[in-house]
Each structure stands twice: as structure tokens, then as C-alpha cells.
Design a binder for this molecule. Structure first.
Ligand code: TYM
Length: 327
């Protein structure tokens, strides 16, 4: 069985981009791969947050992931800070990654732009992400398009380490879905839907009311061309709706595009399809939120299992480097 690893930050609520770009594929992957999914709370420290809020956000995100269909009996769901090997290998990865490589990361450029103060952690973040992945001998990393560059960097760093110290890490590959890999903001369709930058009307949250979802799609920004075509450059809004409808109904974007010639019905059907996609998730979310003890228990078991694998791989890396063994 291939090994799958992926992660998600506990900053803000889960949104449609996370679901279509990543989490839905995690749910599928858990049945065909040995899957590890991590709520990366340490990554969230790279940008300022409200003191004390992170634990609550971590638990809430874990509940949302379970509501989406992750089954803790089938996959390993855990919290990054519960497995300290992540930070240990993170340091080793910082020392294997070059300053120039980190400076080229577009996510760093986006996230640091216009900020008064930028943490060193935000800059070296991709090295910790590489450690997350490499600690599990990962073959495949299911992510949205915006993470492609980070996974490429992880491959480069793994190959460099292996060349320098001998074969140690499995070199992973990104798996990116055909539809839904880049869900755009409904109001500013040239920008991706994002917890940190999207306004309320541009983002569809996992627990938005059905009526709210329908309204957001009705008001989605399109264009004045009056044609339904897949054309990201000239019709980003329409193309986004077509991709969302395709990803939500399991059809291809081309097939969906051929079925419409007016914006109104396209918006209405996309809203309905998303409501149907979210309905069972929202039902389960209500149940899980009323039982935080069960979610915390699943995370504890996940950390025990993840920690066992991570400790072995970290020790292997330390031996390759030639650090003095403790015993
Ligand atoms: P994060 O928390 O920003 O996003 C989690 C996952 O959701 C995907 N995603 C999207 N997909 C489609 N359209 C969108 N608008 C959209 N927004 C987000 C992301 O591609 C991602 O797959 N650095 C990572 C977290 C991370 C990680 C890892 C991922 C840390 N360590 C190891 C994989 C492996 C991040 O900030 O994702």
C-alpha cells in the first residue's frame, strides 16, 4: 500500500477550497493507502494569532475533518505539536534547504507582502513542511495547486539529503485533483478562496447555511461576455463556477461547460450542488461538536501511531548524518 501524508492549518474554518482541493481526496485515499493526516498547529504560529485560541481551533478543525469523512479507525489523524519529531527534523531540513530556495517560494511572497513584521518561521515554513512529509516515508501528498511548489521543494531537499548522507528518505510526489485544485474567491475570481484573504461573500465555509450558500453563488462575480466557456484568463468567474460544479458532481469541467449557455442557471445549479455536497458533512459536524472528548481521544490515538513511525524515520536521518547516538 502506498503511504499518503497531508496537512492543513488550523487557522479559520474549513472552506470549499480546502474540501475540493484536498480533504475530499484524503477521504478517498484513506481506503486505498496507509494515510496520515495532520493538523499543523505549529505552522499556524508563523502568523500572529489570538493567544489561547489555537487549541480550540485545532479541535474544531479535527472535528470538521472527521465530519468530512476521515475515519480514525482507517487513517491516522493527529496534531503536529503532539509529535515532537516534526520540529527536530524541521531543524535538520532548515539546514538542508538554501536561503535562495526559500526566498523563491510564492506563498512566502504573498503572505509577507504588506506585513509590518514577518516572522523567521514564515520564511522557513517550507522546511518544516518538508519534515512533516519526509517523516512518514511518504509516497503521495494530496494537496491543492497552491502547494505544488512546496512539494517540489520537499522533493529537492529529500534528494539533496540522500545524495549527501546516503539513501534515507522516500522522495514523495504531489497528487493534485483535475477539478477543484484551485477554487477561486466568488467575489474576486482572480484570487484563490482563502481563510486569510477572502471576505465573507467570497468564501463558502463548511458550516454556511444552505440559504447562505445559494445566495453566495447567486451573487458570484462573472463578466459581461454572456458566454459559458472555460477560459481562466478572460472569464475567471465563470470558469471557477464550472470547476466547482464539476468537482462537486464528479463530472469533467468540459462536460459541465457544454450544458449551459446562461449564467443564471449555472450559478443556481452550482449553489445547489454545493449545498448537497455539504449537507451530510454539516449533519455529522453537529454531532461531533457535541462530543469534543471523542475527537480529542481520536487525536491522542493518532499521535501515538504517528509518533511511532516518526521516531523511526528521525532516528534513521540522525544516523545517516552521524549524530552521536544517545544509547
Ligand atoms: P492550507 O491549510 O492552506 O490548506 C490545506 C489544503 O487545502 C488546499 N487549498 C485549496 N485547494 C483548492 N482551492 C483553494 N482555494 C484552496 N485553499 C487551500 C491546499 O492546497 C492544501 O492542500 N502548507 C500547507 C499545510 C501543510 C502541509 C504539510 C500540506 C503543512 N505541512 C505537509 C501537505 C503536506 C497549508 O498551509 O495548507
Amino acid at each position: 500500500m502506498p503511504r499518503v501524508f497531508s496537512g492543513i492549518q488550523p487557522t479559520g474554518e474549513l472552506h470549499l477550497g480546502n474540501l475540493l482541493g484536498a480533504v475530499r481526496n484524503w477521504v478517498e485515499d484513506q481506503h486505498r493507502a496507509d494515510s496520515f493526516y495532520c493538523v499543523v498547529d505549529l505552522h499556524a504560529l508563523t502568523v500572529p494569532g489570538e493567544p489561547g485560541a489555537l487549541g480550540r481551533q485545532t479541535l474544531d478543525l479535527a472535528a470538521a475533518l472527521l465530519a468530512c469523512g476521515l475515519d480514525p479507525e482507517v487513517c491516522t489523524l493527529f496534531v503536529q505539536s503532539h509529535v515532537p519529531e516534526h520540529t527536530s527534523l524541521g531543524w535538520i531540513m532548515q539546514c538542508t534547504t538554501s536561503f535562495g530556495e526559500l526566498r523563491r517560494m510564492t506563498q512566502f511572497k504573498d503572505k509577507s507582502q504588506g506585513q509590518e513584521s514577518v516572522s523567521a518561521g514564515l520564511f522557513s515554513y517550507p522546511a518544516l513542511q518538508a519534515a512533516d512529509i519526509l517523516l512518514y516515508d511518504t509516497d503521495q501528498v494530496p494537496v491543492g495547486e497552491d502547494q505544488r511548489q512546496h512539494i517540489e521543494l520537499t522533493r529537492d531537499v529529500a534528494e539533496r539529503f540522500n545524495a549527501r548522507y546516503g539513501d534515507t528518505f522516500v522522495v514523495p510526489a504531489a497528487t493534485i485533483p483535475r477539478a477543484g485544485a484551485r477554487v477561486m474567491d466568488l467575489q474576486q475570481p482572480e484570487r484563490k478562496m482563502s481563510k486569510s484573504t477572502s471576505g465573507d461573500a467570497g468564501i463558502v465555509r463548511l458550516d454556511d447555511d444552505p440559504a447562505v450558500v445559494v445566495k453566495k453563488f447567486k451573487r458570484a462575480v462573472t463578466d459581461s461576455l454572456g458566454e459559458v466557456r472555460l477560459d481562466v484568463d478572460h472569464q475567471p468567474g465563470v470558469t471557477n463556477l464550472l470547476s466547482i460544479l464539476a468537482a462537486s458532481t464528479g463530472r469533467s469541467p468540459e462536460e459541465v461547460a457544454g450544458a449551459y449557455d446562461q449564467y443564471g442557471p449555472l450559478k443556481a445549479d452550482t449553489g445547489e450542488a454545493v449545498v448537497e455536497l455539504l449537507r451530510p458533512i454539516q449533519e455529522r459536524l453537529g454531532e461531533l461538536r457535541s462530543d469534543p472528548g471523542a475527537v480529542a481521544e481520536a487525536l491522542r490515538r493518532g499521535a501515538d501511531k504517528a509518533g511511532g513511525v516518526a521516531a523511526e524515520v528521525l532516528e534513521r536521518a540522525e544516523r545517516s548524518i552521524g549524530l552521536l547516538p544517545r544509547r
